[in-house]
Ligand binder design. Structure first.
Ligand code: ASP
Length: 307
């Protein structure tokens, strides 16, 4: 057993500029990110697993309506909240994911139950609720997910055919995620989102797709993504970073730079990733103006928003 751990979190990437943020807003975002990081580090500090830590850190962000996940998730074209989430264990490669689910208070908790059921990985739609009910997963009425900010964004978009990013005009992505290495050397990742404002036809993004919006493998790294999902799906971003490390021997930072700053940028995609490798090195790499993000080890805690 070693006594070293690392945890990183994100609350979305995009055009997040200092000049557009009031001192009060900045304080609120930083406090929420800190609360999430501290809840994860507490678990890691006490020798808990990376899986428990990423689940808990994401729950804190899902419970905060500043972010587009759980409470505060964006509105679909029909004025509903349809969420996607995933979690993966780097030691076993077990994973759990949900798409198109409604009224689940903490989608990442449902993912964890799926991960623990060896026979399945990905559940979607109404019937996933039966699984949630049989595992005593907490549900909430539609009103719980409402936030004024997301409602106003939807109002501006709803009479158009466009699916918008959750802050469409200024391009911010409010998806949340966490990655961690625990003191036993195990890696884990989790991602949770409401997707895109005004999304139609059951549109799904990358966040719940293992390999695109998240990946974890003890041999390489744990990754959680945020950004324009279609590009992360086409680029199979999280797994691509792991592959560059496994097959080409690149470092986490080298692999992240290639995948985000070269390949993703060339495709025209925007967003970022957080990653931790098996040695506890972290990468918080994005090609957008900013990313709500934080990283903590036993010695330091760091929270940043802008580039
Ligand atoms: N990746 C998410 C999606 O496309 C959006 C986000 O990261 O905010 O659904």
């Amino acid at each position: 057993m070693r006594n070293k751990y690392t945890i990183a979190i994100h609350g979305g990437a995009g055009t997040i500029l200092r000049e557009n943020m009031s001192a009060q807003q900045e304080k609120q975002y930083k406090a929420a990110l800190k609360k999430s990081l501290i809840s994860g580090t507490k678990i890691l500090n006490e020798g808990g697993s990376a899986l428990d830590a990423v689940e808990q850190s994401v729950v804190v962000l899902e419970d905060c309506d500043l972010f587009n996940a759980g409470k505060g998730a964006v509105f679909t074209s029909k004025g509903k909240h349809e969420m996607e989430a995933s979690i993966m264990c780097g030691q076993t490669l077990n994973a759990g994911a949900v798409g198109n689910i409604r009224n689940i208070k903490n989608p990442v908790r449902l993912c964890r139950k799926i991960l623990e059921d060896d026979s399945i990985v990905f559940l979607a739609g109404k019937d996933a609720h039966d699984f949630a009910s049989s595992h005593a997963i907490e549900k909430e009425e539609d009103d719980y997910f409402y936030s004024v900010m997301r409602y106003n964004q939807w109002k501006a978009a709803r009479n158009t055919d466009d699916m918008k990013l959750d802050h469409s005009d200024d391009k911010k992505f409010g998806t949340v995620g966490a990655v961690a290495l625990d003191i036993d050397g195990n890696l884990a990742a989790a991602t949770s989102t409401g997707g895109l404002t005004n999304k139609q036809f059951g549109r799904l993004g990358d966040s719940a797709v293992i390999g695109s919006g998240l990946y974890a493998n003890n041999k390489t790294c744990a990754i959680s993504c945020t950004g324009y999902g279609e590009f992360f799906l086409r680029g199979v971003v999280a797994h691509d970073i792991s592959c560059l490390m496994e097959y080409k021997g690149l470092s986490l930072q080298e692999a992240s730079d290639i995948v985000i700053n070269q390949k993703m940028t060339a495709l025209g995609g925007e967003g970022g990733i957080i990653g931790v490798d098996a040695e506890g090195n972290a990468s918080l790499t994005f090609n957008s103006e900013g990313m709500y993000r934080g990283v903590a080890t036993p010695d330091k805690i760091e929270i940043n928003i802008y580039r």
